[in-house]
Design a protein around this ligand. Structure first.
Ligand SMILES: C[S@@+](CC[C@H](N)C(=O)[O-])C[C@H]1O[C@@H](n2cnc3c(N)ncnc32)[C@H](O)[C@@H]1O
Length: 233
């Protein structure tokens, strides 16, 4: 359930994942598998690499905003939206003060925005406000299989994109009835995406994106997310 993203433990886990996963003490007792560090930055870089217009980007399910800060290196306006009030509080503090202090760490975004710092607000990806405007790029990193109605969320993207907009979905495809009723699962995920995105989007690329999400310095989850990039026709 979305409420599970409000705990102190999850806040620390996502701050570490977004702002410390490139540091040697992220998982200090064992080498990390190849290619896992900097997941939020890699998601942003993939979206940037496929984009032609750099007016505005939306990071839906942004958590504490790591990808939003990376997108702000190229996009003039970046908006991060997340259900979790505590994640958005931390992201707003990072944008306003350039850092977020916990009892253990001072977290800082890894790069300066090219123009404007990202903006962050709470919101529900399945019920986006009508006045959100439209975006040149939309990132949904590891969000789809946490939504009660992923197809409804995809349908709303039609209202907030335009021809040429680029979309990036990454997902561990961990469909679970705790989050999504079984009849709403996009399964197999890529086929589900094709079913809901064709014909208004064209698939540009499908790739594997590994990452490690640390519980603490001796335990972590290794995941290989399936990523797909789409362009609005
Ligand atoms: C698995 S995390 C992924 C976070 C981030 N995109 C990343 O890749 O690290 C899922 C995120 O989606 C948010 N979320 C869950 N349901 C949501 C909803 N209905 N609307 C907006 N955000 C939601 C959670 O609060 C959490 O931050």
């Amino acid at each position: 359930m979305p409420d599970s993203y409000e705990s102190e433990t999850l806040l620390r886990q996502y701050l570490d994942f977004h702002y410390r996963s490139q540091e040697p003490d992220y998982l200090p007792h064992h080498p990390l598998p190849a290619g896992v560090v900097g997941y939020p930055e890699r998601c942003a870089a993939k979206l940037i690499g496929h984009s032609e217009h750099f007016g505005s980007a939306l990071d839906l399910g942004c958590a504490v905003g790591g990808s939003s800060f990376a997108l702000a290196r190229e996009f003039h306006q970046v908006l991060g939206i997340d259900f979790s009030a505590s994640f958005i509080r931390a992201a707003n503090q990072l944008a306003a003060k350039g850092q977020f202090r916990s009892s253990e760490h001072i977290y800082t975004p890894s790069s300066e925005p090219r123009k404007n710092p990202p903006r962050f607000q709470t919101g529900d990806a399945c019920h986006l406000p009508d006045d959100l405007g439209s975006f040149d790029a939309v990132l949904m990193a590891n969000l789809l299989c946490r939504l009660p109605d992923p197809a409804a969320c995809l349908e709303q993207l039609k209202k907030i994109t335009r021809p040429g907009s680029v979309l990036l979905f990454t997902t561990p495809c961990s469909w679970d009835e705790a989050f999504t009723p079984r009849d709403k699962w996009l399964w197999p995920t890529l086929e589900g995406l094709h079913q809901h995105l064709n014909p208004w989007c064209t698939n540009l690329e499908v790739l594997e994106m590994p990452f490690v999400l640390r519980d603490h310095e001796r335990r972590a989850q290794f995941t290989v997310a399936q990523a797909s990039v789409w362009k609005v026709s």
